[in-house]
Ligand binder design. Structure first.
Ligand code: ATP
Ligand code: SKM
Ligand code: MG
Length: 171
């Protein structure tokens, strides 16, 4: 159907995993969530990996996983929120795939993830200013990686999926 994979990137809580799940069902394509792949590979949760190996240790495993996905076609790939922080990942994602950046405001992100403590980068960062600061620091990396940008504030998951399918001109 397509000779590439659809890759979702973006800040934590923009809905990559959620949107990817629905998109994979709708297009009947295999779903790969890199955070889940990392947990499966290590037998540890993301938080445990950060505690045991630090952020660099986590990013090294993530980089290996992304490298393995470089030539995989017809997949829906939901990435961890920090994949674009390494240029090597950007290159591996952009070479053969279509990369979609999901965006959301800090307010909406905090609302979505307020009951979820599984993201070590946001541990103790529960205010809009802290989230905006990390977003600002990462903005250029996300934009460098993206082929297409979709704002998700106040949009249902189904609407976002429809928008992706329409913008990629699939079906
Ligand atoms: N468009 C949306 N509208 C309302 N809630 C949403 C939307 N997209 C995702 N959510 C909710 O926001 C939360 C975070 O979504 P999700 O885990 O998919 O984000 P993510 O981008 O994969 O985050 P991470 O980078 O940490 O993996 C979930 O509870 C999900 O149900
Ligand atoms: O944005 C980030 O740096 C992260 C996002 C999550 O998806 C996980 O990959 C991890 O919690 C780090
Ligand atoms: Mg996710």
């Amino acid at each position: 159907m397509v000779d590439y994979s659809i890759v979702l990137i973006g800040f934590m809580g923009t809905g990559k995993s959620t949107v990817a799940k629905v998109l994979s069902k709708q297009l009947n394509l295999e779903l790969i969530d890199t955070d889940k792949s990392i947990e499966k590979k290590t037998g540890l949760t993301i938080s445990e990996i950060f505690e045991k190996y630090g952020e660099k240790g986590f990013r090294d495993i993530e980089t290996d996983i992304i490298k393995d996905l470089k030539d995989k076609k017809e997949k829906i790939i939901s990435c961890g929120g920090g994949v674009c922080l390494r240029d090597e990942n950007i290159k591996n994602l952009k070479t053969n795939h279509r990369v979609i950046l999901l965006e959301a405001s800090a307010r909406v992100i905090l609302e979505r993830i307020k009951d979820d403590d599984t993201r070590p980068i946001l541990k103790d960062k529960t205010d809009i200013e802290s989230v905006e600061m990390i977003m600002k620091r990462r903005k250029a990396s996300y934009q460098k990686c993206a082929d297409l940008i979709i704002d998700t504030d106040e949009k249902s998951v189904e609407k976002i999926v429809d928008e992706i399918i329409e913008k990629l001109n699939i079906k």
